[in-house]
Design a binder for this molecule. Structure first.
Ligand code: ADE
Length: 234
């Protein structure tokens, strides 16, 4: 047991998928995995382990924001020996080349959170980046399936509601989309030499105000899940 996860040693797979919403974790486990066992209920941050095409895979809900995802990632790595972590979430499009329903693979994660600076005593701006092998594999799998995949920098925003932050300036510097967790995941993956990737479906757009319907969200989410699961098999 760790502080926020009531699993025993061996209950959690080496590869873990990380949706923000715990009910998404339940949906993923029920929809895509076989022989599923629920290993966590603490704070309703549901966690499940099952198999996908014979490979043991876990799914852990992380909650929203960098502080929350970092609790689960730290414990998964430190207490349960997790090696590969893939966030599967949603993001708001920031550039017009990125359309709703697209899948964005976060090659890097820019952030206004102080967590990165604090880690390096304010001396450097460390760049949190994805694992290249996971990124390449996910891109190739998605492209082969004919999906619209964009790869690039994302903003891991500290606040969902923040008009003071100039997101359009970041878009001018190539930032594709905004979400709230990737930078924390990538920072810990770098610290512990683990593999991480954030896969994001564009659920809304900051430029156009468009939003996906719940059916569209489900369909694009399922497409992204297939990419994540097939990547996990490689
Ligand atoms: N996740 C999905 N859409 C988002 C947005 N507009 N801002 C931050 N996180 C998001």
């Amino acid at each position: 047991m760790s502080t926020h996860i009531n699993a025993k040693n061996g209950d959690i797979a080496e590869t873990v998928l990380l949706p923000g919403d715990p009910l998404r974790a339940k949906y993923i486990a029920e929809t895509f995995l076989e022989d599923v066992v629920q290993y966590n209920t603490v704070r309703n941050a549901f966690g499940y382990t099952g198999t996908y095409k014979g490979k043991k895979i876990s799914v852990q809900g992380t909650g929203m924001g960098i502080p929350s995802i970092m609790i689960y990632v730290e414990e998964l790595i430190q207490e349960y020996g997790v090696e590969t972590l893939m966030r599967v979430g949603s993001a708001g499009g920031m550039k017009k080349e990125v359309e709703i329903r697209d899948v964005v693979l976060a090659q890097a994660a820019t952030t206004d959170s102080s967590v990165i600076k604090n880690t390096f005593d304010n001396q450097v701006d460390f760049s949190p980046i994805a694992d290249f092998d996971l990124l390449k594999t996910a891109y190739e799998i998605g492209s082969k399936k004919g999906m619209k995949i964009k790869v690039g920098n994302v903003l891991s925003a500290d606040r969902f509601y923040n008009k003071e932050l100039d997101k359009m300036k970041l878009a001018d510097y190539g930032v594709l989309a905004v979400e709230m967790e990737a930078a924390g995941l990538y920072l810990l993956a770098a610290k512990y030499n683990k593999k991480a990737l954030s896969l994001l479906t564009i659920s809304d757009h900051l430029l156009t105000g468009e939003e996906t319907t719940s059916e569209e969200r489900e369909k694009t989410f399922d497409d992204m899940m297939i990419i994540a699961l097939e990547t996990a098999l490689q």
